[in-house]
Ligand binder design. Structure first.
Ligand code: 4AD
Ligand code: MG
Length: 465
């Protein structure tokens, strides 16, 4: 057996009469008047291959083993299908069963299983229609992102997963330590000591919340770069939009202002969504039918229309004048809640909105200060159904202003010596953003819970698999 073999997706293009082998897992099996029909899937495409087994064509002993979940190879001939729904099917003359799946306890045979139940068998759910489609879209989206940046001259860089600096200054980081391993009797008291000399890195270290600061260092040399990797946040929020481990796409551009950053974000979302729609047609069709009825219409609209741009201050005015009774009241200076973001995108504008120039107190230290000294050059892209999908900004390139912000926000200035060096030697206006990869996937699939667009979700209380 070689990996260089045809997938089921390739077999649909074969001319009737061609002899082929089809490898995969049995999705369903149906017996009717001596003929057995098997729907076979190998995950290569949405459609299953129909395998027809005429009476007596295969040994009874083997036929018995063809139950949902069993892994097999069928050999036979591609024939025109008389039934509606497929052009060709496979008339089997050979079968090889690799692994049986006992029908009395195979967990994935219940029809209409809930998403919650499927999460408990996350190791098997990819064999079903919904999750097969989600993982294929996830793979294509990842490829489309690398393609988008590579074609535009952005260099893919790898930023560290373990870091000693807090990028967002939000303090929601996971500590990385070996003191536990060393079996210190006074752990975690050891962790509380002010000097971490005995710990692996000799200083407090964490899982990164963002690769941005390091991406900035490479952008100030390579001009346009991007990093696409896992990021971690110890926010104790069990919402349908938050993960403790998620993937972030972060471009960073030297010689670029907030306008350039917004233009990139808009073009990026449009091109990536159009690519997925083009290459995952049957999967998106399925989501449209079964998960989110307006999906295709919304995605086509996003690709073809301009995103609305407004300042945070304007958005607050709209929200205050909306006449809606929000659970969280809004006023200038407060952070927007998901209900506000949804009202702006779904009710007020009806498409994605880019909000800019947020109050400095609700944004990170590195964002460029506006002349009003109250707002910063931040931008968030908000999408209907999802709320914030992208967060970005123009970065503060002026050494004194940046230093002042770090101190004002109570961050340890010594830790940022290298970040400040960028402003001391050849500083330039620069900007970038972070896209939450799983938020994008929720948007393009219509899946309602972020736990269902990542193979194994890490959330408060859950690190199974
Ligand atoms: O807005 P955030 O916090 O921005 C940053 O981290 C910047 N350093 C990015 C940059 O400018 N390079 O996060 C960026 C995006 C959010 O817009 C959201 O889509 C996603 O990351 N995100 C999460 N996704 C899933 N689970 C979480 N807990 C998330 N927190 C943020
Ligand atoms: Mg944000």
């Amino acid at each position: 057996m070689d990996y260089r073999r045809e997938y089921i997706s390739d077999l649909f293009a074969k001319a009737p009469g061609t002899q082929v082998s089809a490898f995969g897992w049995v999705k369903t099996r149906r017996d009717s008047k001596g003929v057995t029909f098997v729907q076979l899937s190998d995950g290569s495409c949405f459609k299953d291959l129909q395998v027809v087994i005429d009476a007596g064509a295969l040994p009874d002993d083997e036929l018995k083993r063809l139950t949902t979940g069993a892994s097999v190879r069928f050999g036979g001939e591609i024939v025109e299908s008389p039934a509606a729904g497929q052009a060709v099917e496979l008339k089997a003359t050979e079968v090889e069963v690799f692994g049986d799946a006992d029908p009395t306890n195979y967990p994935l045979q219940k029809k209409g299983a809930t998403m919650e139940f499927l999460r408990e068998i996350a190791h098997l759910r990819g064999r079903g229609n919904t999750f097969g489609a989600v993982w294929r879209v996830r793979a294509r989206a990842s490829y489309a992102i690398h393609k988008f940046f590579t074609e535009r001259g952005f260099k893919n860089i790898h930023t560290p997963v373990i870091t000693a600096s807090d990028c967002e200054g939000a303090g929601s980081m996971f500590a990385v330590t070996t003191l536990l391993e060393q079996g210190h009797p006074d752990f975690p008291a050891k962790l509380r000591q002010t000097d971490f000399k005995e710990d692996f890195f000799g200083k407090p270290s964490y899982l990164t919340v963002s690769g941005q600061l390091e991406a900035e260092t490479l952008a100030l040399g390579l001009t346009n770069v991007y990093t696409f990797g896992p990021t971690f946040r110890a926010e104790n929020s069990s919402t349908s939009r938050h993960l403790a481990e998620f993937w972030m796409v972060e471009p960073e551009m030297a010689f670029c202002s907030l306008e350039g950053d917004m233009n990139l974000a808009e073009e990026f979302l449009k091109v990536v969504i159009a690519d997925i729609m083009e290459h995952c047609g049957p999967d998106i069709e399925f989501f449209n039918q079964r998960i989110e009825p307006e999906l295709i219409k919304t995605l086509e609209h996003v690709v073809s229309s301009g995103f609305e741009r407004m300042t945070y201050t304007e958005a607050i005015k709209h929200l205050e004048g909306s006449g809606e009774s929000f659970e969280y009241p809004v006023s200038w200076g407060t952070d927007l809640q998901s209900e506000h973001e949804r009202w702006l995108t779904e009710v007020k504008v009806g498409r994605p909105v880019i909000l800019t120039d947020y109050p400095k107190d609700i944004k990170a230290f590195y964002m460029r200060m506006n002349d009003d000294n109250k707002t910063v050059r931040a931008m968030d892209v908000l999408a209907p159904r999802i709320g914030e999908i992208i967060g970005g900004s123009q970065r503060e390139e002026r050494e004194e202003v940046l230093e002042r912000r770090i101190v004002e926000m109570g961050l340890p200035i010594e830790a940022y010596w290298w970040y400040l060096d960028l402003r001391r030697f050849g500083s330039v206006p620069h900007a970038g953003f972070g896209l939450g990869f799983e938020r994008l996937l929720m948007y393009v699939t219509g899946m309602k819970n972020i736990r269902d667009v990542i193979p194994y979700h890490r959330t408060p209380g859950n690190a199974e698999f």
